[in-house]
Ligand binder design. Structure first.
Ligand code: HPA
Length: 248
């Protein structure tokens, strides 16, 4: 039985969901192509969930080559109504330093050239302009914040996620620009995922883990070693927050 109403899309550092008791692994071809990986159905704590590794497993798809449309379409086809997206990000404003959790409430899209809508093609019967005033579902956000706090995990409630194209990191001037735009965190995978979820009427929330201070926020350069260390120290909090969320 492959029904699960809640999906977790794991990003960098969460290619596999430790603690998931797998019941079924299923490939889901879609009209938009193949999802990043087979959908993994199983039990996490007391909840039935489906897990999808955004970058594939092993982690081989860079942010600009993730097939976001296929990923979201497959989840919807699988009966999912709610998506918890886990994203590694760089911190820009206060309380977003390495290993911190953030549940953003807003989003600015700086990406380009990605398959970003289901409303395209020659055979459209109508054009829909989906509302994205609040890109993240309020209740999902509240649930994530409460879940972290219930486990004693500090979490920043709200923040603007600036989504850049990648896969390179930003220049210091780009980060200053994002900061002037009001961004609190920067990542490469928040869009078009959030907009596609809205087009499919999926309730979507983001649990972001800061894995570095963004470019120019510290004296040195950003190293993969530093990112790896923050993932190592913060991913336990991500798992714990998700399991508290699912138990609530
Ligand atoms: N910039 C963009 N994306 C990121 C970063 C960053 O500094 N860290 C993790 N994902």
């Amino acid at each position: 039985m492959s029904q699960a109403r809640i999906a977790i899309i794991g990003g960098t550092g969460l290619t596999e969901l430790e603690g998931l008791r797998l019941s079924e692994e299923k490939k889901y071809p879609t009209p938009w192509g193949e999802p990043s990986a087979p959908l993994l159905f199983g039990q996490f704590g007391r909840s039935r969930i489906v897990f999808l590794a955004r970058h594939g497993n092993p982690h081989t798809k860079p942010p600009h080559q993730v097939n976001y449309r296929a990923n979201l379409w497959a989840l919807r086809e699988a009966g999912v109504e709610q998506v918890l997206a886990v994203n590694a990000v760089g911190g820009i404003s206060a309380e977003t330093g390495p290993a911190r959790l953030i549940v953003p409430d807003q989003l600015i899209d700086y990406t380009y050239g990605r398959g970003h809508t289901f409303f395209e093609g020659d055979a459209l019967e109508h054009v829909t302009h989906v509302d994205l005033t609040e890109p993240y579902d309020r209740e999902v956000r509240r649930g994530l914040v409460d879940a972290a706090l219930s486990r004693g995990i500090p979490v920043k409630d709200g923040g603007v996620y600036g989504c850049t194209q990648g896969p390179r990191l930003e220049t210091a001037a780009e980060i200053r620009r994002l900061e002037r735009d009001g961004c609190d965190l920067v990542g490469m995978t928040g869009m078009p995922e959030a907009a596609l979820a809205a087009e499919l009427q999926l309730r979507y929330g983001c649990l972001a883990l800061s894995v570095n201070w963004a470019a120019g926020k510290t004296e040195g350069i950003i190293t993969m070693a530093e990112i790896g260390a923050a993932i190592e120290s913060g991913m336990g909090d991500v798992r714990s927050t998700i399991s508290a969320y699912l138990e609530a």
